[in-house]
Design a protein around this ligand. Sequence first.
Ligand code: FES
Length: 129
Amino acid sequence: MPTVKFVNEKKEVEVPEGTSVRAAALQVGINVHQGLNGIGAGINSVINCHGLGQCGTCRVLITKGIENASPMAMMEKAKFAVPVPDPLPCFAYIGNEDTMRLSCSAKVMGDMEVVTGPELNLFGENFFS
Ligand code: FES
């Protein structure tokens, strides 16, 4: 079974192939709904779409083993490309196109390392480029 390592939380979990990254996180008590740079993480852990790919709050970075994640589906691509009703997923995606995924949509197909709650760099050099 593939292993998912959550870097910030220093936790690992083995999951059956095809498990979503979000489900893997929940198995070890990790909240992937981190809000805006950690603000709102508490309320987002309750108020989210619960894995339907609609809210965009479950975004993570897959820093190692991105090739072991399922390909991005159309709904997930749309969440990162269309800034309505919530522009935050689109903003967060800028500069992280190679590693950012919605944890509810990305399926674990092999070993990977995941960073939860990637910060939104509102003043970074890539933001307005
Ligand atoms: S849980 Fe809402 S988009 Fe993933």
